[in-house]
Design a protein around this ligand. Structure first.
Ligand SMILES: Cc1cc2nc3c(=O)[nH]c(=O)nc-3n(C[C@H](O)[C@H](O)[C@H](O)COP(=O)(O)OP(=O)(O)OC[C@H]3O[C@@H](n4cnc5c(N)ncnc54)[C@H](O)[C@@H]3O)c2cc1C
Length: 111
C-alpha cells in the first residue's frame, strides 16, 4: 500500500471489521476454512484496488510531475473539477476518511 493519503490504517481497520463480520460465527465454533477467508478477501479486494488506483493517479499525474519539476503542472481532470466546484471536495474527503466500501460492525455479539 502506497503511503499517499495515509489511508493504510483506515483500510486495515475496515479489513478487520469485515473479517469480524464474516468470521465471528466460525471463529466461535473454532472452524475457519479457506473458503471463509476467501469471502473476506473478495469483500475487501475491490475497495483496496480502488484506493490504490486513486493513489497511482496522484503519484503519476501530480507527485511525479512536481518532483520532476520540468514543466507546468496540469492536474488531472478530477482535481480540476474539484478545484472548480468546491462542493465536490466532499468526495475525496469521504473516500480518504471512510473508504470506497465503509464497513460497520454487524456481528451477533454486537446485536
Ligand atoms: C513506515 C510506515 C509508515 C506508515 N505510515 C502510515 C500512516 O501514517 N498512516 C496510515 O494510515 N498508514 C501508514 N502505514 C501503513 C499501515 O501501517 C498499514 O497499512 C497497516 O498497518 C496494515 O495493517 P494490517 O493489519 O493489514 O497489516 P499489519 O499491520 O502488517 O499486520 C499484520 C500482522 O500479521 C502478522 N503476521 C503476518 N504473517 C503471520 C503469520 N503467518 N502468522 C501470524 N502472524 C502473522 C504480522 O507480524 C503483523 O503483526 C505505514 C506503513 C509503514 C511501513
Amino acid at each position: 500500500m502506497s503511503p499517499i493519503g495515509g489511508v493504510g490504517i483506515n483500510l486495515a481497520i475496515q479489513d478487520a471489521v469485515a473479517a469480524a463480520n464474516l468470521l465471528a460465527g466460525q471463529l466461535r465454533r473454532g472452524a475457519v476454512t479457506p473458503a471463509d477467508l476467501r469471502l473476506v478477501q473478495e469483500r475487501r479486494a475491490w475497495p483496496t484496488h480502488m484506493t490504490q488506483r486513486m493513489q497511482l493517479l496522484l503519484q503519476d499525474r501530480v507527485i511525479k510531475t512536481v518532483l520532476a519539476g520540468d514543466g507546468p503542472l496540469v492536474p488531472p481532470w478530477p482535481l480540476r473539477l474539484i478545484a472548480r466546484f468546491p462542493i465536490l471536495r466532499r468526495i475525496p474527503a469521504r473516500l480518504i476518511g471512510m473508504g470506497f466500501r465503509p464497513e460497520h460492525v454487524r456481528t451477533s455479539a454486537v446485536r
